[in-house]
Design a binder for this molecule. Structure first.
Ligand code: NAD
Length: 260
């Protein structure tokens, strides 16, 4: 049980992050939600977590591409719940274009969000974890942290980068009761995947069905999408005491994609 723990999950108004936040809440943790969306929908999501699981849920609108907003996200957890015990760096965006047409501002945004934000949250959260002699950091990487696909230069670079950050932090924190790991899903059916289909159709001249069958699930030997609840279950396990010797790892959950 994670009763009494405080978990900050970035990018948790949708998709994988929301499932992870709900997974922690189900185990009794208080959670800090973060991400964008319609205020009334976010409030509904937040209050549903409180009423379904009997925990407290706070929300931070911090834009994680802005390094100075990130301190406020961690501070909200410390002020509201007295600590940050579990940190999940999950917020991420995708952009699909050939390198020579890749907008520079998209490159900068993806590196800032998918990679640098995890450095800034770690920097702010680690002192609180060290003080308690316990902590769990989980970074949502991707199969694209292990292998590449064309037209995803910024995303693949950021996801490979976060594995390096994960290993470094794991070594620095190894004697402090703090583990740092990556979860690397293959294709999970979320808005992030759904929204990249039109650009992939354009970049490759394909129909929607061809993109799903010949691009997305082509790489995934099981021919099935990963579910957000499966990713959440792994995050809950990595936060348990049974996982205390798993650190610096990059765990694939990709239907066999990176076995090829
Ligand atoms: P999603 O689009 O459903 O959710 C992304 C979340 O990030 C949302 O809550 C969004 O509001 C938030 N966000 C976006 N920009 C932000 C910003 N500047 N500041 C703060 N929050 C911001 O996507 P998802 O599929 O759930 O992806 C979550 C993570 O999982 C990402 O890091 C993604 O790269 C990774 N991932 C996804 C898949 C997949 O197939 N869906 C596969 C592997 C890895």
């Amino acid at each position: 049980s994670l009763k009494g723990k405080a978990a900050v999950v970035t990018g948790s108004t949708s998709g994988i992050g929301l499932a992870i936040a709900r997974g922690f809440a189900k185990e009794g943790a208080n959670v800090v939600l973060n991400g964008f969306g319609k205020p009334e929908e976010i409030e509904r999501t937040r209050s549903a977590i409180e009423s379904e699981f009997g925990v407290k849920a706070a929300y931070s609108p911090a834009d994680l591409t802005k390094s100075d907003a990130i301190g406020g996200l961690i501070a909200l957890s410390v002020e509201t719940f007295g600590s940050v015990d579990i940190l999940v760096n999950n917020a991420g965006v995708q952009y699909v274009a050939p390198i020579e047409e890749f907008p520079v501002e998209k490159w900068d945004q993806i590196i800032a969000l998918n990679l640098s934000s995890a450095f800034h949250t770690l920097r702010a959260a680690v002192p609180h974890m060290k003080a308690k002699g316990w902590g769990r950091v989980i970074n949502t990487a991707s199969a694209h942290s292990m292998v590449a696909s064309p037209y995803k230069s910024a995303y693949v670079a950021a996801k490979h980068g976060i594995v390096g950050l994960t290993k470094t932090a794991a070594l620095e924190l190894a004697t402090h009761g703090i583990t740092v790991n990556c979860i690397s899903p293959g294709y999970v059916w979320t808005p992030l995947v759904e929204n990249q289909i039109p650009d992939t159709m354009k970049a490759r001249g394909m129909t929607k069905e061809q993109v799903i069958e010949d691009v997305l699930l082509k790489a995934q030997p099981t021919k099935e999408f990963v579910t957000v609840d499966q990713v959440a279950a792994l995050a809950v396990f990595l936060s348990s005491d049974s996982a205390s010797q798993i650190t610096g790892a990059n765990i694939a959950m990709d239907g066999g994609w990176t076995a090829q």
